[in-house]
Design a protein around this ligand. Sequence first.
Ligand code: GRF
Length: 407
Amino acid sequence: MTPIGVLVSGRGSNLAALIDRTRLPACPFDIACVVSDNPAAGALTLARDAGIPAFVHEKLPGMKKREYEREIVERLRAHGVRVVALAGFMRILGETLLSAFPGRVLNIHPSLLPAFPGLHAQEQAHAAGVRYAGCTVHLVDAGTDTGPILDQACFRIPEGLTAQDLSLRILEHEHRLYPQALARFCRHELALVDGRVRSWSPLAPLRPVWEAFSATHFAREAPAAPVPGRPRVAVSACLCGFPCRYDGDGRFLPRLIDGLAQVDVFPVCPEVLAGLGVPRPRIQFENETEAAPEQAPVIRDEHGVEVTAGLLAAADRIAGWCVEREVRVAFLKENSPSCGTLRVPCRGRRVPGPGPLATRLMKAGVRVFTEENFDAGLLTLGTSFIPSPEPWEQTPSREPGKDENSL
Ligand code: GRF
């Protein structure tokens, strides 16, 4: 569960849509607090009625932007906020706020950006006579509505629509788009990679595992207790649907998940725990603190290879959870820098032998398998695996020329 802070200035209809989303099952975020720069904002009442802590931070005359934003940052941090959502917050954010939540401030804008940034976007669109309108959820940068676009919703404008009706139509789309985009962002399905927004959606069979994975690991919480009486299996997140793996060369995930249908899957991923939620292990590994990578604390693992202290602490923590939950078998990604049996350190040479997590699990009596020998792991669990045909094997082969002659 990602705690979000919502910044508002006005009536708060987008805030209301976000609150509604938190009441649906499997919402990956909750609203930790609401901050308004306007004491008369209707959004404050909405928040308080929903039992959400709500605060007013007015920018008093003579107050420096830096000081003002520092107050807000302190408030958000005091409530454990990890992601900030602007919902009609009528201020341009400065360096203090943006650097406190790097790449984690979202905004909703009532136009199809980059068209019509700034104030009165709906009126601008109406006056321009555009045929399509919509709204945009984007990451916030130092400019005005210029940050990377996460998602958009768009519709054709009916003939003769007034500017006021156009605003209402756009708002309806905002109320659907913002909660959805925020949920996807918190599940790390939308992420900024090398300056571009990448969108990823798990396959349907992977969805429950992915949900469990993000609900626990991105929020740095212990995974939920497994169902009593079912075999317990730990699966490294890279194998159970983590984007880095999914985009990679080996596509073992759907097979693995099919095979594990009868067991309680317990997703684990030390890279994510060690990092700060950036969905790429290599980046997380090196950026495990907000300090420069070279300043991250480095210690040696059992093979004498340098790894970050946070990563080893994460492996300890996961192994502890597995023992507490009586996990019997673990499937770990073989070439992971941290968990697999053949360690590929980010700094230094490839070292044969069990990685830190595998070592800890084996010491605790957990049988460890990798993607290469997971069939043996399934046998150990007494669960069978029937490979489903690849999609191209299901497609009836087309005889050349047949279709053309069929009429
Ligand atoms: C919305 O139109 C949003 O796109 C813009 O400010 C307005 C806020 O409306 N950023 P509300 O306070 O959420 O009703």
